[in-house]
Write a protein that binds this ligand. Sequence first.
Ligand code: AMP
Ligand code: ZN
Length: 138
Amino acid sequence: MRETNCIFCKIIAGEIPSNTIYEDGEFKVILDASPATKGHALILPKNHCADIYEIEEDVAARVMKLAKKLACHMTETLQCDGFNLVQNNHEIAGQTVFHFHMHLIPRYKNAKNNDILKWTHENFTPEEMKEICDSLKQ
Ligand code: AMP
Ligand code: ZN
């Protein structure tokens, strides 16, 4: 299942070149073309789905299994000091390619810019926190 005009579907089909570090029947893992750090990679499910809302639960579970395997392999190979898994959904959350992908981002103590994922903090009163908590309980 592919989507016309989806750049990652084109990469998966081999119509656009990529630096592929892993491939199986269900996933392709490529180096990010504008890496945040050395080795920054993306797990792409081969079946097109836009985001976390669309991806099937069992595919999402296998994405995480593969992320775990690759994080260990990449950490050993690249000798990085830490690792981020990042997954953006919708434009407001920073998604720019609307084909689900998991970022694999090796982190290095001696990197020039280690602020790539720093965010500021919001304050909520204890009452607001309780209300948020109550609204989210399943
Ligand atoms: P996001 O902002 O979470 O949607 O991430 C999309 C990522 O895809 C960005 O980090 C881009 O650098 C990366 N990207 C876009 N086009 C390509 C491409 N042709 N090959 C590899 N990575 C790409
Ligand atoms: Zn796609």
